[in-house]
Design a protein around this ligand. Structure first.
Ligand code: NBP
Length: 473
């Protein structure tokens, strides 16, 4: 086939994500070859979603041969062994400089491995985090590509064209090499866990301590969405709270079982925080809150055993609304400060080079954590690309100073009421720890030296010391 008649890109895996991504690419004027392991799935797609720019292929050989060089192939199959299996099969047909893109939710270490293995074979591998689910894939996702910087120029335009746009700017930026794109996606998902949980805790406080109805809380969130908290998640929270139960009296939110699920990316982020020694307590508390929610039977038993007091209503309801708004905002700043600190740590650990303003720009559209507040993060890193921690940025420093008392007062109020707020307390404790120059860790060091002769440093002289605590006690 003449090169000019060939297709521009291929998509392998035509389940929810692959199908919609292929249609999105085709809509942008690119010619797309599509393939699915089970051929009938491909044939169904061609039949049900006919598109002049899409051609179905029954074999990987046909698929690869239908593409212009360097070939660009997006894999959208189940993360894990399926990705390796597809890559191994492709290796028979791809040639030097061809580009294999994994757009699934792969673990970053797998992407790092695939990048290195394929580089040795002169094949470019990109691990690309794609956020936004089915609708994002179809209409414009947030895209986090990681791979070789030079090869990125070959796929940049297509990926920019299919991405979400904010004020005309594509929600995509090159991240760094190897598994960097999937790492950023993983941290994005962790941040999403934190955002969701602080919103859920806010709703719970407004309901139980504020005594507001669902409709009133919906209106409160709608008002929040006009200010500094303007974001996709605040918006959908307001909308969720308005929905009446279609099958019975009352509101749907009150009928939903309080057990939350998770697919594992928040867990990956938490494990990474531990692996790199980076405190991401808001994200890990949000994950723990989901685990706690899932042990419903144990919670029912514990509530009976320990008797839960009635929540005391807070008299000044307007003040409570302001406290919740400020607390949500402050905890969000702290959560993002933790997430971006983890990225900084990973940059060193995995020898990546990150542009944090560019990373924040990706999140502005097409994904769950899109928010007005990301503009402030972009500006913070534009002002100082090496910012040690977001809390030191001039804007955020002032915002925290203005709002931290609300978070402290709200946390106290919730604790007095025995109302669970795992992420709010984590955010506050992180901040209090961060701004304490001398901590209690001298006691930890003494204990470690007492039972394990682990030694300690002193504040008044250089060196490593051990004290014979047993002999002298
Ligand atoms: P799934 O994750 O449900 O995977 C189904 C696809 O993988 C089918 O095309 C299936 O082919 C193919 N596949 C499997 Br399973 N094993 C295979 C193998 N050994 N060789 C070749 N193909 C194989 O699809 P999805 O929900 O579209 O998600 C795709 C990726 O995008 C995943 O990594 C997912 O985590 C990620 N993601 C999904 C969402 C979402 O909202 N769904 C959002 C963001 C990211 P078959 O038809 O022959 O079984």
């Amino acid at each position: 086939m003449e090169e000019f008649m060939k297709n521009n890109i291929a998509v392998i895996g035509l389940s929810v994500m692959g199908k919609n991504l292929a249609l999105n690419i085709a809509d942008k004027g690119y010619k797309v070859s599509v393939f699915n392991r089970t051929t009938s799935v491909m044939e169904e797609m061609i039949k049900n979603f006919p598109h002049q720019n899409i051609q179905g292929k029954k074999t990987l050989k046909e698929l690869v041969e239908s593409l212009e060089k360097p070939r660009k192939i997006i894999i959208m199959v189940k993360a894990g062994g399926a990705v390796d299996s597809v890559i191994n099969q492709l290796l028979e047909f791809v040639k030097k400089d061809d580009i294999i893109i994994d757009g699934g939710n792969s673990f970053f270490k797998d992407s790092e491995r695939r990048y290195k293995t394929l580089k040795e074979k002169n094949i470019n591998f990109f691990g690309v985090g794609i956020s936004g689910g089915e609708e994002g894939a179809r209409k414009g996702p947030a895209i986090m590509p990681g791979g070789d910087k030079e090869a990125y120029n070959e796929i940049k335009k297509i990926l920019e064209d299919i991405s979400a746009k904010v004020n005309g700017n594509p929600c995509i930026n090159y991240t760094s090499t190897g598994g960097a794109g999937h790492y950023v996606k993983m941290v994005h998902n962790g941040i999403e866990y934190g955002d969701m949980e602080i919103i859920a805790e806010s709703y719970y406080i407004l309901k139980n301590i504020g005594g507001f109805t669902n409709q009133q809380i919906s209106d409160i969130f709608a008002k929040f969405n006009k200010g500094k908290l303007k974001s996709y998640l605040i918006d959908i929270t307001s909308k969720i709270l308005k929905v009446k139960d279609p099958d019975a009296d009352g509101y749907l939110i009150d009928k939903i079982l309080d057990k939350s699920g998770q697919k594992g990316t928040g867990k990956w982020t938490t494990i990474q925080g531990a692996d790199l020694g980076s405190c991401i307590s808001v994200i890990s508390s949000a994950l723990n809150a989901r685990y706690m929610s899932s042990i419903k039977d144990t919670r029912i038993l514990a509530e009976k055993e320990f008797k839960k007091n009635e929540y005391q209503k807070f008299a000044d309801r307007e003040k409570l609304i302001t406290m919740v708004e400020n607390s949500l905002y402050t905890a969000k700043i702290i959560s993002y400060a933790q997430g971006f600190s983890l990225l900084r740590q990973a940059e060193k650990e995995y020898s990546w080079t990150f542009n944090y303003a560019d990373i924040a720009k990706i999140f502005r559209g097409g994904c769950i954590i899109q928010a007005k507040f990301l503009q402030n993060i972009i500006e913070a890193y534009q002002n100082n690309p090496k910012l040690e921690n977001l809390v030191f940025d001039t804007f955020f420093k002032e915002e925290i100073k203005k709002n931290i008392d609300s978070l402290r007062e709200l946390t106290l109020l919730a604790i007095k009421n025995e109302l669970p707020i795992m992420t709010f307390t984590s955010a506050l404790s992180y901040f209090d720890t961060l701004k304490t120059a001398r901590l209690s860790a001298n006691m930890i060091q003494a204990q470690r030296d007492y039972f394990g002769a682990h030694t300690f440093n002193r504040i008044d002289k250089q060196g490593v010391f051990h004290y014979d605590w047993l002999k002298n006690n």
